[in-house]
Ligand binder design. Structure first.
Ligand code: ZN
Length: 410
Protein backbone atom coordinates (compact mmCIF):
# COMPACT_ATOMS: atom_id res chain seq x y z
CA UNK A 1 0.00 0.00 0.00
CA UNK A 2 1.20 3.50 -0.85
CA UNK A 3 -0.16 6.62 0.89
CA UNK A 4 0.48 10.20 -0.18
CA UNK A 5 0.59 12.46 2.88
CA UNK A 6 2.60 14.87 5.07
CA UNK A 7 4.72 13.28 7.78
CA UNK A 8 5.46 14.75 11.21
CA UNK A 9 7.78 12.52 13.18
CA UNK A 10 9.59 13.02 16.51
CA UNK A 11 13.37 12.76 16.72
CA UNK A 12 14.08 13.87 20.31
CA UNK A 13 12.34 15.96 23.00
CA UNK A 14 13.62 19.02 21.15
CA UNK A 15 13.39 18.01 17.54
CA UNK A 16 10.83 16.76 15.08
CA UNK A 17 10.88 16.35 11.32
CA UNK A 18 8.13 17.58 8.96
CA UNK A 19 8.07 16.32 5.37
CA UNK A 20 5.38 17.55 3.00
CA UNK A 21 3.91 15.59 0.08
CA UNK A 22 5.68 12.28 0.52
CA UNK A 23 4.67 8.73 -0.35
CA UNK A 24 4.75 6.16 2.45
CA UNK A 25 4.97 2.57 1.26
CA UNK A 26 3.74 -0.09 3.68
CA UNK A 27 4.58 -3.73 3.10
CA UNK A 28 2.79 -6.15 5.45
CA UNK A 29 3.33 -4.59 8.87
CA UNK A 30 6.22 -2.22 8.11
CA UNK A 31 7.08 1.08 6.50
CA UNK A 32 9.49 0.20 3.69
CA UNK A 33 9.93 3.60 2.09
CA UNK A 34 9.12 7.29 2.48
CA UNK A 35 9.89 9.14 -0.72
CA UNK A 36 9.08 12.17 -2.83
CA UNK A 37 8.02 9.96 -5.73
CA UNK A 38 5.52 7.13 -5.83
CA UNK A 39 6.88 3.77 -7.04
CA UNK A 40 3.77 3.45 -9.19
CA UNK A 41 0.81 5.70 -9.89
CA UNK A 42 -1.47 3.84 -7.50
CA UNK A 43 -1.80 5.44 -4.06
CA UNK A 44 -4.27 6.48 -1.37
CA UNK A 45 -4.48 10.23 -1.24
CA UNK A 46 -4.23 11.52 2.33
CA UNK A 47 -2.59 14.80 1.32
CA UNK A 48 -5.13 16.75 3.40
CA UNK A 49 -3.70 15.06 6.52
CA UNK A 50 -0.68 15.00 8.74
CA UNK A 51 0.61 11.50 9.44
CA UNK A 52 2.04 11.11 12.94
CA UNK A 53 3.18 7.97 14.77
CA UNK A 54 0.31 6.21 16.57
CA UNK A 55 0.02 7.75 20.04
CA UNK A 56 1.22 5.76 23.06
CA UNK A 57 -0.60 5.81 26.42
CA UNK A 58 1.71 4.34 29.06
CA UNK A 59 -0.76 4.10 32.00
CA UNK A 60 -4.53 3.63 31.77
CA UNK A 61 -7.23 1.69 33.65
CA UNK A 62 -9.56 -0.04 31.20
CA UNK A 63 -12.01 -1.24 33.88
CA UNK A 64 -12.58 2.37 35.01
CA UNK A 65 -13.55 3.64 31.56
CA UNK A 66 -17.22 4.23 32.45
CA UNK A 67 -16.50 6.22 35.63
CA UNK A 68 -14.51 9.14 34.30
CA UNK A 69 -15.31 12.53 35.78
CA UNK A 70 -16.52 11.42 39.23
CA UNK A 71 -15.80 14.40 41.41
CA UNK A 72 -13.87 13.77 44.62
CA UNK A 73 -11.56 15.55 47.04
CA UNK A 74 -8.57 13.24 46.65
CA UNK A 75 -7.19 9.86 45.61
CA UNK A 76 -8.14 7.66 48.58
CA UNK A 77 -11.68 9.08 48.82
CA UNK A 78 -12.18 8.65 45.05
CA UNK A 79 -11.00 5.02 45.12
CA UNK A 80 -13.38 4.15 47.97
CA UNK A 81 -16.37 6.07 46.66
CA UNK A 82 -16.35 5.16 42.99
CA UNK A 83 -13.48 3.12 41.67
CA UNK A 84 -13.52 -0.08 43.68
CA UNK A 85 -17.28 -0.47 43.06
CA UNK A 86 -16.79 0.20 39.36
CA UNK A 87 -14.05 -2.43 39.09
CA UNK A 88 -16.28 -5.00 40.81
CA UNK A 89 -18.66 -4.85 37.83
CA UNK A 90 -15.98 -6.41 35.60
CA UNK A 91 -16.45 -9.68 37.50
CA UNK A 92 -19.33 -10.23 35.09
CA UNK A 93 -17.97 -11.48 31.77
CA UNK A 94 -20.46 -9.75 29.47
CA UNK A 95 -19.82 -6.43 31.23
CA UNK A 96 -16.04 -6.98 31.00
CA UNK A 97 -16.27 -7.63 27.26
CA UNK A 98 -18.51 -4.62 26.66
CA UNK A 99 -16.27 -2.20 28.56
CA UNK A 100 -13.19 -3.57 26.73
CA UNK A 101 -14.93 -3.05 23.36
CA UNK A 102 -15.93 0.49 24.23
CA UNK A 103 -12.45 1.22 25.61
CA UNK A 104 -10.55 0.03 22.55
CA UNK A 105 -13.01 1.75 20.18
CA UNK A 106 -12.35 4.97 22.07
CA UNK A 107 -8.56 4.62 22.12
CA UNK A 108 -8.42 3.94 18.39
CA UNK A 109 -10.72 6.87 17.67
CA UNK A 110 -8.39 9.04 19.77
CA UNK A 111 -5.45 8.00 17.58
CA UNK A 112 -3.81 5.85 20.26
CA UNK A 113 -2.28 2.65 18.90
CA UNK A 114 -0.41 1.34 21.97
CA UNK A 115 -1.67 1.30 25.56
CA UNK A 116 -0.31 -0.05 28.83
CA UNK A 117 -3.39 -1.19 30.70
CA UNK A 118 -4.62 -2.14 34.16
CA UNK A 119 -7.77 -4.28 34.29
CA UNK A 120 -9.90 -5.13 37.35
CA UNK A 121 -8.67 -7.79 39.82
CA UNK A 122 -10.59 -10.60 38.08
CA UNK A 123 -8.96 -13.06 35.74
CA UNK A 124 -11.91 -13.04 33.35
CA UNK A 125 -11.79 -9.24 33.08
CA UNK A 126 -8.16 -9.43 31.94
CA UNK A 127 -8.90 -12.32 29.55
CA UNK A 128 -11.72 -10.31 27.99
CA UNK A 129 -9.45 -7.30 27.51
CA UNK A 130 -6.86 -9.48 25.72
CA UNK A 131 -9.50 -11.15 23.55
CA UNK A 132 -11.01 -7.84 22.45
CA UNK A 133 -7.56 -6.28 21.90
CA UNK A 134 -6.70 -9.26 19.68
CA UNK A 135 -9.98 -8.93 17.76
CA UNK A 136 -9.43 -5.23 17.18
CA UNK A 137 -5.75 -5.64 16.24
CA UNK A 138 -4.45 -2.95 18.62
CA UNK A 139 -1.02 -3.01 20.29
CA UNK A 140 -1.44 -3.45 24.04
CA UNK A 141 0.36 -4.44 27.21
CA UNK A 142 -2.31 -5.60 29.64
CA UNK A 143 -2.34 -6.77 33.26
CA UNK A 144 -4.74 -7.92 35.95
CA UNK A 145 -4.65 -5.58 38.94
CA UNK A 146 -3.27 -7.32 42.04
CA UNK A 147 -4.44 -6.52 45.59
CA UNK A 148 -4.20 -8.99 48.45
CA UNK A 149 -4.60 -6.82 51.61
CA UNK A 150 -6.16 -3.62 52.98
CA UNK A 151 -8.75 -3.73 50.20
CA UNK A 152 -12.52 -4.17 50.08
CA UNK A 153 -13.56 -7.83 50.50
CA UNK A 154 -15.16 -7.86 47.06
CA UNK A 155 -11.84 -7.12 45.32
CA UNK A 156 -9.25 -8.64 47.64
CA UNK A 157 -7.75 -11.99 46.68
CA UNK A 158 -5.47 -14.37 48.49
CA UNK A 159 -1.79 -13.87 47.71
CA UNK A 160 -1.64 -17.32 46.11
CA UNK A 161 -4.64 -16.76 43.84
CA UNK A 162 -3.45 -13.34 42.76
CA UNK A 163 -0.01 -14.71 41.81
CA UNK A 164 -1.29 -17.91 40.22
CA UNK A 165 -3.80 -16.13 37.99
CA UNK A 166 -1.36 -13.42 36.94
CA UNK A 167 1.21 -16.06 35.98
CA UNK A 168 -1.43 -18.03 34.05
CA UNK A 169 -2.43 -14.88 32.17
CA UNK A 170 1.24 -14.10 31.47
CA UNK A 171 1.83 -17.59 30.12
CA UNK A 172 -1.24 -17.54 27.93
CA UNK A 173 -1.08 -14.00 26.56
CA UNK A 174 2.47 -12.59 26.75
CA UNK A 175 3.72 -12.39 23.14
CA UNK A 176 0.72 -14.53 22.09
CA UNK A 177 0.63 -12.29 19.02
CA UNK A 178 3.23 -9.76 17.85
CA UNK A 179 1.01 -7.01 19.33
CA UNK A 180 0.16 -8.31 22.81
CA UNK A 181 2.18 -8.54 26.01
CA UNK A 182 1.47 -9.00 29.71
CA UNK A 183 2.32 -6.60 32.53
CA UNK A 184 2.30 -7.62 36.21
CA UNK A 185 0.19 -4.99 37.96
CA UNK A 186 0.42 -4.82 41.76
CA UNK A 187 -1.92 -1.83 42.27
CA UNK A 188 0.22 0.05 44.81
CA UNK A 189 2.07 -0.77 48.02
CA UNK A 190 -0.86 -0.05 50.42
CA UNK A 191 -2.89 -2.97 48.99
CA UNK A 192 -0.05 -5.42 48.33
CA UNK A 193 1.61 -7.73 50.84
CA UNK A 194 5.38 -8.11 51.05
CA UNK A 195 5.05 -11.67 49.81
CA UNK A 196 3.04 -10.61 46.77
CA UNK A 197 5.48 -7.87 45.78
CA UNK A 198 8.55 -10.09 46.29
CA UNK A 199 7.07 -12.91 44.23
CA UNK A 200 6.08 -10.54 41.41
CA UNK A 201 9.56 -9.05 41.39
CA UNK A 202 11.23 -12.46 41.26
CA UNK A 203 8.99 -13.85 38.54
CA UNK A 204 9.20 -10.74 36.38
CA UNK A 205 12.99 -10.64 36.61
CA UNK A 206 13.35 -14.30 35.67
CA UNK A 207 10.89 -14.03 32.81
CA UNK A 208 11.80 -10.56 31.53
CA UNK A 209 8.23 -9.36 32.17
CA UNK A 210 6.88 -5.84 32.54
CA UNK A 211 5.68 -4.55 35.93
CA UNK A 212 3.51 -1.49 36.52
CA UNK A 213 2.43 0.17 39.73
CA UNK A 214 1.72 3.58 41.28
CA UNK A 215 4.26 5.58 43.29
CA UNK A 216 3.98 8.75 45.44
CA UNK A 217 0.83 10.23 43.95
CA UNK A 218 -0.72 11.78 47.04
CA UNK A 219 0.48 12.85 50.53
CA UNK A 220 -2.08 10.70 52.40
CA UNK A 221 -1.11 7.69 50.33
CA UNK A 222 2.55 8.25 51.25
CA UNK A 223 1.65 8.52 54.96
CA UNK A 224 -0.23 5.24 54.69
CA UNK A 225 2.79 3.53 53.13
CA UNK A 226 5.01 4.85 55.96
CA UNK A 227 2.58 3.38 58.49
CA UNK A 228 2.32 0.02 56.73
CA UNK A 229 6.04 -0.35 55.99
CA UNK A 230 7.79 1.47 58.90
CA UNK A 231 11.02 -0.47 58.37
CA UNK A 232 11.71 1.30 55.06
CA UNK A 233 13.11 4.76 54.47
CA UNK A 234 10.73 5.76 51.71
CA UNK A 235 7.91 4.62 49.44
CA UNK A 236 10.40 4.04 46.62
CA UNK A 237 12.53 1.91 48.92
CA UNK A 238 9.51 -0.31 49.62
CA UNK A 239 9.40 -1.20 45.93
CA UNK A 240 13.20 -1.43 45.63
CA UNK A 241 13.57 -3.81 48.58
CA UNK A 242 10.76 -6.02 47.26
CA UNK A 243 12.45 -6.31 43.86
CA UNK A 244 9.73 -4.44 42.00
CA UNK A 245 12.02 -1.91 40.30
CA UNK A 246 13.94 -2.49 37.08
CA UNK A 247 14.20 -1.48 33.44
CA UNK A 248 10.80 -3.00 32.58
CA UNK A 249 9.00 -1.34 35.50
CA UNK A 250 6.67 1.59 34.82
CA UNK A 251 5.88 3.79 37.82
CA UNK A 252 2.74 5.90 37.56
CA UNK A 253 2.83 9.50 38.91
CA UNK A 254 6.02 10.00 41.05
CA UNK A 255 5.04 13.45 42.32
CA UNK A 256 6.17 13.85 45.95
CA UNK A 257 9.65 12.42 45.69
CA UNK A 258 13.06 13.01 47.33
CA UNK A 259 16.43 13.17 45.59
CA UNK A 260 17.36 9.91 47.25
CA UNK A 261 14.28 8.23 45.79
CA UNK A 262 14.97 9.64 42.34
CA UNK A 263 18.46 8.13 42.59
CA UNK A 264 16.95 4.72 43.29
CA UNK A 265 14.65 5.06 40.27
CA UNK A 266 17.58 6.15 38.11
CA UNK A 267 19.94 3.44 39.35
CA UNK A 268 17.40 0.70 38.77
CA UNK A 269 16.60 2.17 35.32
CA UNK A 270 12.89 2.19 36.18
CA UNK A 271 10.56 4.30 34.05
CA UNK A 272 7.92 6.93 34.88
CA UNK A 273 4.44 7.41 33.41
CA UNK A 274 3.43 11.05 33.95
CA UNK A 275 -0.35 11.57 34.10
CA UNK A 276 -0.97 15.35 34.26
CA UNK A 277 -4.75 15.35 33.69
CA UNK A 278 -5.18 12.87 36.53
CA UNK A 279 -2.89 14.92 38.79
CA UNK A 280 -5.07 18.01 38.21
CA UNK A 281 -8.29 16.04 38.70
CA UNK A 282 -7.35 14.53 42.07
CA UNK A 283 -5.36 17.58 43.20
CA UNK A 284 -2.43 15.23 43.66
CA UNK A 285 0.23 17.86 43.08
CA UNK A 286 2.64 19.05 40.40
CA UNK A 287 4.94 16.56 38.70
CA UNK A 288 8.57 17.67 39.26
CA UNK A 289 9.36 17.53 35.55
CA UNK A 290 12.55 19.60 35.56
CA UNK A 291 14.09 17.63 38.41
CA UNK A 292 13.21 14.35 36.78
CA UNK A 293 14.45 15.49 33.38
CA UNK A 294 17.77 16.52 34.94
CA UNK A 295 18.29 13.06 36.43
CA UNK A 296 17.94 11.46 32.98
CA UNK A 297 15.22 9.07 34.19
CA UNK A 298 13.17 7.95 31.19
CA UNK A 299 9.54 9.05 31.25
CA UNK A 300 6.50 9.34 29.01
CA UNK A 301 2.94 10.61 29.08
CA UNK A 302 -0.21 8.75 30.08
CA UNK A 303 -3.95 9.41 30.42
CA UNK A 304 -4.55 7.48 33.68
CA UNK A 305 -8.25 7.20 32.85
CA UNK A 306 -10.46 7.26 34.92
CA UNK A 307 -8.60 9.77 37.13
CA UNK A 308 -7.67 11.23 33.79
CA UNK A 309 -10.87 12.47 32.18
CA UNK A 310 -9.94 11.85 28.55
CA UNK A 311 -8.27 9.05 26.60
CA UNK A 312 -6.96 11.63 24.14
CA UNK A 313 -3.19 11.89 24.30
CA UNK A 314 -3.59 15.38 22.76
CA UNK A 315 -5.42 16.36 25.94
CA UNK A 316 -2.60 14.81 27.98
CA UNK A 317 0.01 16.74 25.97
CA UNK A 318 -1.80 20.01 26.69
CA UNK A 319 -2.17 19.19 30.38
CA UNK A 320 1.56 18.32 30.52
CA UNK A 321 2.28 21.92 29.56
CA UNK A 322 -0.47 23.49 31.70
CA UNK A 323 0.44 21.46 34.82
CA UNK A 324 3.95 22.98 34.93
CA UNK A 325 3.97 26.30 36.79
CA UNK A 326 7.47 27.47 36.01
CA UNK A 327 8.63 25.38 33.10
CA UNK A 328 7.39 25.98 29.56
CA UNK A 329 6.87 22.63 27.88
CA UNK A 330 7.55 23.00 24.16
CA UNK A 331 5.25 21.48 21.51
CA UNK A 332 8.17 19.23 20.45
CA UNK A 333 8.58 17.95 24.00
CA UNK A 334 4.89 17.17 24.46
CA UNK A 335 4.75 15.43 21.06
CA UNK A 336 7.87 13.37 21.83
CA UNK A 337 6.59 12.07 25.19
CA UNK A 338 3.27 10.96 23.64
CA UNK A 339 5.07 9.05 20.85
CA UNK A 340 8.76 8.11 20.71
CA UNK A 341 9.28 8.75 24.45
CA UNK A 342 6.49 6.27 25.19
CA UNK A 343 8.04 3.71 22.85
CA UNK A 344 11.38 4.24 24.58
CA UNK A 345 10.16 3.52 28.12
CA UNK A 346 8.61 0.31 26.78
CA UNK A 347 11.90 -0.67 25.10
CA UNK A 348 10.09 -0.52 21.75
CA UNK A 349 11.66 2.55 20.16
CA UNK A 350 13.28 0.29 17.57
CA UNK A 351 9.83 -0.76 16.26
CA UNK A 352 7.32 2.03 17.02
CA UNK A 353 7.11 5.69 18.12
CA UNK A 354 8.10 7.44 14.90
CA UNK A 355 7.33 7.38 11.19
CA UNK A 356 10.53 5.88 9.82
CA UNK A 357 11.62 3.30 7.30
CA UNK A 358 11.91 -0.13 8.93
CA UNK A 359 9.46 0.62 11.73
CA UNK A 360 6.03 -0.93 12.17
CA UNK A 361 3.32 1.07 10.43
CA UNK A 362 1.50 2.31 13.57
CA UNK A 363 0.17 5.55 12.13
CA UNK A 364 -2.47 8.18 12.88
CA UNK A 365 -3.74 10.49 10.14
CA UNK A 366 -5.28 13.81 11.25
CA UNK A 367 -7.06 16.16 8.90
CA UNK A 368 -5.40 19.58 8.90
CA UNK A 369 -7.18 22.32 6.95
CA UNK A 370 -4.78 24.32 4.78
CA UNK A 371 -1.90 22.00 5.56
CA UNK A 372 0.00 23.30 2.52
CA UNK A 373 0.43 26.61 4.35
CA UNK A 374 1.65 25.14 7.64
CA UNK A 375 5.23 24.83 8.73
CA UNK A 376 6.60 22.48 11.37
CA UNK A 377 6.26 24.92 14.28
CA UNK A 378 2.72 26.04 13.52
CA UNK A 379 1.65 22.44 13.09
CA UNK A 380 3.25 21.24 16.35
CA UNK A 381 1.65 24.12 18.23
CA UNK A 382 -1.73 23.30 16.69
CA UNK A 383 -1.41 19.67 17.76
CA UNK A 384 -0.45 20.62 21.31
CA UNK A 385 -3.27 23.09 21.93
CA UNK A 386 -5.97 22.03 19.46
CA UNK A 387 -5.16 18.36 18.92
CA UNK A 388 -8.38 17.16 20.58
CA UNK A 389 -10.42 19.05 17.97
CA UNK A 390 -8.75 17.47 14.95
CA UNK A 391 -10.64 14.97 12.85
CA UNK A 392 -8.93 11.63 12.53
CA UNK A 393 -9.08 10.20 9.02
CA UNK A 394 -7.48 6.83 9.64
CA UNK A 395 -5.46 4.84 12.15
CA UNK A 396 -3.14 1.94 11.37
CA UNK A 397 -1.55 -0.62 13.68
CA UNK A 398 1.19 -2.78 12.14
CA UNK A 399 0.01 -1.82 8.66
CA UNK A 400 -3.65 -2.64 9.24
CA UNK A 401 -6.42 -0.11 9.49
CA UNK A 402 -9.76 -0.40 11.29
CA UNK A 403 -12.33 -0.55 8.53
CA UNK A 404 -15.28 -0.86 10.89
CA UNK A 405 -14.76 2.65 12.23
CA UNK A 406 -16.17 5.53 10.31
CA UNK A 407 -13.52 8.02 11.33
CA UNK A 408 -15.20 10.88 9.51
CA UNK A 409 -17.86 10.92 12.21
CA UNK A 410 -15.43 11.83 14.96
ZN1 ZN B 1 -3.45 4.78 37.70
Amino acid sequence: MIIKTNVLSPISPHEAEFRKNVFITINQTKIISISKESANGDFEDFSDCVCIPGLIDTHVHLSQFYVRGKHSSDLLDWLQKYIFQAELKSKDESYARKIAEDFFSATVKAGTTTAVIYTAPFKQACESAFEIAKDFGVRAIIGKTMMDCNSPDFLRESTEKSLKESIELFEKWNKSTPLLEYVFSPRFAPVCSSKLMKSVGEFARKNNAYIQTHLSENPDEIKLVKKLFPQFDSYTEVYEKHGILGEKTILGHVIHISEKELNIIKNTNSKIAHCPDSNFFLKSGAFPYERIKNTGIEMALASDVAAGTSLSMFNVMKMFNYRQDNYVVSPQEAFYYATLGGAKILGKDNIIGSVEIGKEADLTFLKIPDIAEKNKDTLLSELLYLGTEKKIKAVFVAGKTFPKFNFQKY
